[in-house]
Design a protein around this ligand. Structure first.
Ligand SMILES: *Cc1c(COP(=O)(O)O)cnc(C)c1O
Length: 389
């Protein structure tokens, strides 16, 4: 092939000189781990989502595990969540010694079907983990109503949902306010803003925030930066066996710049998704994502359902696009179909299984040009025609 057009990736983080300058400043300051930048990032993130407390950690998997421990999940407990999620959701539950119990998803939204939640709750259930998949909010009115009736904490897996909105109790709110008890975010490069790796735990409960802060830093009563700044001698104390899940000041400095960019990143994503919606509406056999009336997503991903009406099967379409230089991903995985969870009682989750096998995720990121988009749409319209065949 000659003059092949450039490969279109599934995503590309938007990082520039400002992030580089922020990281450089931290690097040359002499203080690189959790310190003033982390504290400032926490305050700014809490203000953005309108949460009382935010605790920065090393990644969202750690955020989920710490949040679950903080709400009291222990060995032998059950945690109700979805199988149709990135495997980290289940790993975090398992690393608390608990067992994930899976609810099927709503086939239109790919999120937890609240109608199936209650029947999954047993006397062993200690928490509910709804996942705002691909940045689309779950039906939090319905989920929180069940949780409140059973007096269970709701730990939101908001890994993909920074900047997404949900209508709860009639009012629009940012995910992370939080609508549940605590919400966990990711700053992995596949998400909407990035610090390389990173996570954030937000809550309105001061005691939970304190518990997460202890857990992320070895159970140490006085953080290193506090001792460093103290004018009087202070000795730390260790009240529990915590972890090292600290974020570095290098990451936090980058995160603060990313947070300032977020409004622009979101409007770019929402515009691109709208362009896909318009262009794909009249291709028989392809179904654009459904946005329910209680959600305004950030379009962390753009899931396209390939139905039997389409001339190619899902995997054939992915292969055809790949040969044309267009990267896609299959739909979200299912934890219950992975060998790591083969010890759980066998479960058939029809909507989760169908979604994994019939959805493709299209490239969507703020640097995607209108030329790129045109190329993708043309290929979806005429999947059999090969330019270079
Ligand atoms: C990415 C992701 C995670 C894990 O986030 P990390 O920051 O990579 O640990 C957890 N849950 C969901 C739904 C995700 O998409």
């Amino acid at each position: 092939m000659t003059n092949a057009p450039a490969q279109i990736p599934i995503t590309r983080p938007l990082l520039g000189e400002e992030e580089a300058a922020a990281a450089r400043e931290v690097l040359l300051s002499g203080w690189v781990t959790q310190g003033a930048q982390v504290a400032a990032f926490e305050q700014e993130f809490a203000a953005y989502v309108d949460a009382r407390h935010a605790c920065a950690v090393s990644n969202c998997t750690a955020a989920l595990q710490l949040a679950l421990l903080a709400v009291g999940v222990r060995q032998g407990d059950e945690v109700v969540t979805v199988s149709h999620t990135f495997i980290a959701t289940a790993h975090a539950i398992r690393h608390c010694g608990a067992r994930p119990v899976f609810v099927d998803v709503d086939p239109a939204t790919y999120n937890m079907d609240p109608g199936q939640l209650e029947s999954s709750i047993t006397p062993k259930t200690r928490a509910i983990v709804p996942v705002h998949q691909m940045g689309l909010a779950c039906d939090m009115d319905a989920i929180c109503e069940v949780a409140e009736r059973h007096n269970l904490p709701v730990v939101e897996d908001a890994a993909c949902a920074v900047g997404s909105l949900v209508r709860k109790g009639g009012a629009w709110q940012r995910i992370g306010r939080p609508q549940g008890t605590v919400a966990c975010f990711s700053f992995h490069p596949r998400k909407v803003i990035t610090t390389g790796e990173g996570g954030m735990i937000v809550t309105r409960d001061a005691a939970l925030d304190r518990a997460c802060r202890l857990l992320r830093n070895q159970g140490m009563s006085v953080a290193a930066e506090v001792r460093h700044a103290a004018k009087m001698l202070v000795f730390e104390e260790y009240s529990l066996a915590g972890f090292n899940c600290r974020m570095t000041d290098l990451q936090a400095a980058i995160g603060r710049v990313q947070l300032r960019r977020l409004a622009g990143l979101l409007s770019a994503r929402i515009d691109l998704a709208a362009s896909y919606d318009r262009a794909l509406r009249d291709i028989p056999g392809l179904r654009s994502p459904t946005v329910p009336e209680y959600a305004r997503p950030n379009f962390q991903s753009y899931p396209l359902r390939v139905t039997p009406e389409y001339p190619l099967k899902r995997d054939q379409l992915m292969q055809a696009l790949l040969e044309d230089g267009i990267s896609t991903r299959r739909g979200i995985m299912n934890v219950h179909q992975e060998p790591a969870y083969a010890d759980l009682p066998a479960q058939h989750l029809p909507h989760s299984e169908a979604a994994r096998d019939s959805v493709i995720l299209l490239p969507l990121y703020p640097g995607l040009t209108s030329g790129d988009m045109k190329r993708i749409i043309e290929r979806l319209h005429a999947p059999h025609e090969r330019k270079n065949a």
